[in-house]
Design a protein around this ligand. Structure first.
Ligand code: NAD
Ligand code: UFG
Length: 333
């Protein structure tokens, strides 16, 4: 029998892919999700149980943590729309902060010794060009409540591991993208570039808007570091293994490919992959978008022994395209 992992938010996009990869690696998994954004059909049928509950609810957590004896936890639950977080910050402080605090309390109460937390490049804000590619020690000045709550949770976890028998690893994902053949990205509303581009190619949208072309980048559009979700999932498994050994109690890693692509380059590659013209108009900037976010992930490679296996963006987009073609209405069908 493998170790038993509690995956909070395991019915969401990144969580469900992690669940699949954990099971493939030999772990046993219980998924805990309030299903506000999750999809039952995204959850691998081999999980021991899909528990519907809220991480902010002490009773829900106590019930699942009393029923099973977990070796570790992964925490994917969050609200994660940057623009919405600026408009309704208290929703983000409530769900993200309170959820993480209640979960940390429950893990310490029930003697679960390891947690992997979904952090984000948004904790770095708009980094000074001298800090790009962005390493772990780059100054952290979030420009929106979403990034601010994630940074506060990192700090909360650091102090909690200092005081309790708990180890934590915070993984700062850059732009998660791509899919497995049967598990993909279905957010409603969809705000991410690659699924929006592919919805145009599927005929679900007429065209897309490019949010600004006057940034200080090679073609004026924002540069991002797109990382395949399966590579992210493998970093989670490496983090679990690392914390089982003589690791520090608190760890942070930036996860990307170190290859920055502009919005226009993503659209152009998607035209090549799909064979569709994908009409796109340049519109105004979106509030809070930094010009360039590219990861320096050498620390994850050196310390965790993690490698990027699906690094080229064409294969990332191709995997997403295959999923979208098979699921034109997402999981709804
Ligand atoms: P998602 O919305 O698809 O998944 C989140 C899951 O958590 C959903 O299934 C939702 O129902 C569940 N959830 C939310 N609040 C909950 C609560 N209070 N109790 C129980 N379940 C709850 O999001 P995703 O894109 O898979 O992102 C997963 C994590 O990774 C998030 O924490 C996000 O902030 C972080 N992240 C995502 C990206 C990205 O590019 N998608 C980048 C950086 C960080
Ligand atoms: N974009 C467009 N048009 C669209 C959608 C997006 O031009 O219709 C642009 C955005 O302005 C941005 C780029 O495409 O420049 C990528 O946007 P996404 O919304 O796909 O991703 P973000 O970079 O805004 O955010 C994602 C995650 C965050 C995480 C961040 C870290 O959603 O959680 O990556 O890089 F913090």
């Amino acid at each position: 029998m493998g170790e038993l992992v509690l995956v909070c938010g395991g019915a969401g996009y990144i969580g469900s892919i992690c669940v699949h990869e954990l099971i493939e690696t030999g772990y046993d998994v219980v998924v805990f999700d309030n299903m506000t954004k999750g999809h039952k059909d995204a959850v691998d049928s081999r999980v021991k149980e899909l528990v519907v509950g809220d991480v902010r609810n002490e009773e829900d957590l106590n019930a699942v943590l009393s029923k099973y004896s977990f070796d570790a936890c992964m925490h994917f639950c969050a609200d994660s729309l940057v623009g919405e977080s600026v408009k309704v910050p208290l929703k983000y402080y409530d769900n993200n902060m309170n959820g993480a605090i209640e979960l940390a309390k429950a893990l310490t109460r029930h003697n679960v010794g390891r947690i992997v937390f979904s952090s984000t490049a948004a904790i770095f804000g708009e980094p000074n060009p001298e800090f790009v590619p962005i390493a772990e020690n780059c100054p952290k000045e979030p420009t929106n409540p979403y990034g601010e709550t994630k940074l506060s949770i990192e700090h909360m976890l650091r102090w909690t591991t200092n005081a309790h028998d708990l180890k934590a690893t915070c993984l700062r994902y850059f732009n998660a993208a791509g899919a497995l053949p049967n598990i993909g990205e279905d957010h409603s509303p969809e705000s991410h570039l690659i699924p929006i581009v592919l919805q145009v190619a599927l005929g679900k949208r007429d065209k897309l808007a490019i949010f600004g072309d006057d940034y200080p980048t090679r073609d004026g559009t924002c540069v991002r570091d797109y990382i395949h979700v399966v590579d992210l999932a493998h970093a989670h498994i490496k983090a679990l293994e690392y914390m089982k050994d003589e690791s520090p109690k608190f760890n942070t890693f930036n996860l990307g490919t170190s290859n920055g692509l502009t919005v226009k380059e993503i659209i152009e590659t998607s035209r090549k992959v799909t064979g569709h013209p994908i009409p796109a108009d340049v519109g105004p900037r979106r509030d809070g978008d930094p010009a360039t976010l590219v990861a320096d992930s050498r620390r994850a490679q050196e310390v965790l022994g993690w490698t990027v296996r699906f690094g080229d963006v064409e294969s990332i987009i191709r995997s997403a395209w295959e999923w979208h073609q098979g699921h034109p209405d997402g999981y709804a069908q």
